[in-house]
Design a protein around this ligand. Structure first.
Ligand SMILES: [Zn+2]
Length: 561
């Protein structure tokens, strides 16, 4: 198997009979899924998602896939297929459409409704092509066929892509719940038929490849959710993803059975649930859902509030409630039901919120202490089933951290896919399907692109390193007024600091170091002020590190007197 560890270079030109698959996100991380397919000079894209920042990425809103490798080929893109409406599969679309607004978006009814509403906030009206499971669609040189899959959001699709180079089947995110709430199961008969016709390359969801057995059914959560409603003396506050229609359906049913009313809280929750209700993906008993303002005048034991923030996002409703910064004041006897997963990287934020809410007197029910969440992804047992049904010639695990991709690859090998035909790639690694063989062919640029307020890609790794430095050690500014001839300070060197703990004597030794650095600059005939400042920064940084074992961000300002 070609090892992705060896140094890869940009791939050679793709032969006419070949197809190139380039993941630009989602391999080596959970999020920002995006894969580019190339054939006969044309491109198509499956999904374009975002990744949410972690604690070591302060000030970042979301992280995008890197569009560098397709930026000068935007006109070659035939379409973007969106497998389902989760943020990690659609969240990047507004940013790609800012580069070319008329790329057609292909997806199911609910997926397109979610992305259209999101694009409206970015003032973009997309060109959309709605498809259903079982339907075929020709997008230039790509013949597409859509297959129903079951996931934690309704209306998810897998897509088969046929070209002269062969057939590729992408599962998207999926699982094989046999008793889903909406009765729409993963269409294994279609998987089998495609397998019968020949699947040359199979791209499969790796998220739960390490989890043995089968993922539990959503229905298995009903008793635990009912129990919450039956036993809560006061309000029930539920936090979930704004797209988790199935889970919210269960909460609505439980609230209804318990004789409570429900209000949705937060912009994205209100927006998505209105869409899901209007399109009949959410079945809301008459009179159950009331306006947020109206519910506040009702007795506590009649109230259910459904909000976002289950991942500890600081701006979401749940975090603001925990901080006492929301019009909903959580108190003694309230129950908070966190009905969602715990995405790696968010643990500290979530536990922080659980503790704060507990301090406020609330009873917290979460996946750690009750059966209130099941994963939306296929476990190892389901993946093995799929391999045996599809019998693919080549396999490329997608959607997951490296350990998930490797676990999924091992499952494929165990079902008999030849070792050399199981390709483990990373973001940016190109895989070419030529003459029925999938092989790594090179690598294109695929870094992390940070969205910070209104800027896209302006914040870099260096920016984040600076921010971490500032938050870790504070900042020290050295101001030196010098005689331009002698380079000697004409006034005592000033040290200004923020967030760096000091007293009167802290900088005494540093001043002598600055004077020395200036004398050295004079001897070396350095005339460039910026260069002199740089040497002061180095001197003072190393002094503070040596003397106090602290590393504040140091800056220097040198002024000619
Ligand atoms: Zn998903």
């Amino acid at each position: 198997m070609p090892s992705p560890r060896k140094k890869l270079t940009p791939p050679a030109r793709l032969p006419k009979n070949g197809m190139r698959i380039t993941p630009l996100g989602g391999l080596g991380e959970v999020g920002r899924n995006m894969t580019v397919f190339e054939h006969a000079g044309k491109l198509m894209i499956v999904d374009c998602g975002v990744l949410f920042p972690e604690e070591h990425q302060p000030g970042i809103d979301v992280i995008l896939p890197d569009f560098t490798s397709i930026r000068d080929r935007l006109d070659d893109i035939e379409c973007i297929v969106l497998t389902h409406g989760h943020e990690d599969h659609i969240g990047g679309v507004p940013y790609l459409l800012k580069e070319r607004a008329d790329i057609p978006l292909i997806g199911s009814e609910l997926t397109l409704a979610f992305i259209t509403a999101k694009l409206k906030e970015h003032r973009i009206t997309p060109k959309t092509i709605q498809v259903e499971a079982g339907q075929k669609h020709k997008a230039g040189v790509f013949d597409l066929e859509f297959v129903a899959v079951n996931h934690s959001i309704p209306d998810s699709l897998a897509v088969a892509i046929r070209t002269k180079a062969g057939t590729v089947l992408c599962t998207g995110d999926f699982k094989m719940d046999q008793f889903p709430l909406d009765g729409r199961i993963t269409d294994l008969r279609a998987f089998a038929r495609l397998g019968e016709q020949g699947v040359d390359l199979f791209l499969t969801d790796s998220t739960n490849a390490e989890v043995p057995g089968f993922t539990m059914s959503e229905r298995d959560l009903t008793p635990a959710i009912d129990q919450v409603f039956a036993s809560s003396p006061r309000r029930v506050i539920v936090s979930s993803f704004a797209s988790h229609v199935h889970r919210i359906q269960q909460v609505l049913d439980a609230a209804h059975a318990a004789g409570r009313k429900v209000a949705f809280v937060g912009r994205s929750m209100v927006r998505n649930m209105a869409i899901a209700r209007d399109l009949d993906y959410l079945d809301i008993p008459k009179g159950l859902v009331v306006d947020f303002r109206k519910i506040q005048s009702m007795p506590d034991h009649k109230i259910t509030l459904i909000c976002t923030g289950s991942q500890g996002e600081p701006m979401a409703a749940l975090a603001r409630m925990a901080n006492g910064d929301h019009q909903i004041q959580v108190g003694e006897g309230d129950t908070v039901l966190m009905a969602s997963s715990l995405i790696p990287g968010n643990e500290n934020a979530i536990y922080g919120i659980i503790n704060k809410l507990t301090d406020l007197g609330a009873n917290i029910v979460h996946k750690g202490n009750a059966k209130v969440h099941v994963s939306g992804h296929a476990s190892a047992g389901e993946l093995v089933y799929c391999y045996n049904i599809v019998r693919p010639k080549n396999v490329m695990p997608v959607h997951g951290e490296s350990k998930h991709l490797h676990a999924n690859a091992e499952l494929a090998r165990r079902t008999g896919v030849p070792e050399q035909n199981v390709v483990i790639a990373q973001d940016g690694v190109t895989v070419d399907l030529i003459d029925g063989k999938a092989r790594v062919s090179g690598k294109v640029e695929a870094g992390l692109v940070y969205v910070d307020g209104q800027t896209i890609g302006a914040a870099t790794e260096d920016t984040l390193a600076e921010r971490r430095l500032l938050s870790g050690g504070g900042v020290v500014t050295v101001v030196a007024l010098i005689d331009p001839k002698t380079y000697k300070p004409v006034e005592p060197v000033e040290f200004l600091s923020k967030g760096f703990v000091h007293d009167k004597r802290t900088f005494e030794g540093a001043e002598a170091q600055v004077t020395k650095a200036l004398a050295r600059a004079k001897t070396d005939k350095v005339e460039d002020i910026a260069e002199i400042e740089e040497s002061i920064v180095e001197t003072v940084s190393s002094y503070l590190r040596r003397t106090y074992r602290r590393e504040p961000a140091v800056q220097a300002v040198v002024v000619d007197a």
